[in-house]
Design a protein around this ligand. Sequence first.
Ligand SMILES: [Fe+2]
Length: 186
Amino acid sequence: MPWSTGSACPGPRVSVAAVATLDVDDLVARLRAAESNTHVREEVERAIRSFTLPTSAERPEVDVLHADDELTVVHVVIPPGLPPTLPHDHRMWAVVGIFDGQEDNEFFRRPAGVLEPSGGRSLRSGETVAMGADTIHAIQNPSSASALRALHVYGGNLVGQARSMWTDPGTEEPYEFERAWADTFT
Ligand SMILES: [Fe+2]
């Protein structure tokens, strides 16, 4: 029925659909069945675009949702206004996807044993990036107002993986979570 002049406008009908919580077991099953890196990335995209994970988003969180010899799934929450992690490697492939907010990735290489910046990638809600096993990066939520909520998927058991972090460009040290994230978690 067309609107007539003077009629009371009821305003738009807004239905707020509840976003379902991510089923981690289902995601892991889908990732296990993935037949290519492209398929893995598609599953991460599906997860971040279709589902959510509960969090207060008021304090930093790095929650390991799943870890076995083939896959690690982590929910990363970084509130606004915090400094970046230390540069670090993973020594396995990784796919990062963003539920909400922004994650700035700074990448590094080390042609002569010393870290050199090699570009960056800013990811926003609904976006993903794939990283190779030799990637070295640091991440930060660059926002002063919004929390970052991200899904990080790794092609192995990241929890038990010996790997490295860099406290300055020339100093490679064994990775320690508490030190790599110390400034972010302060
Ligand atoms: Fe990382």
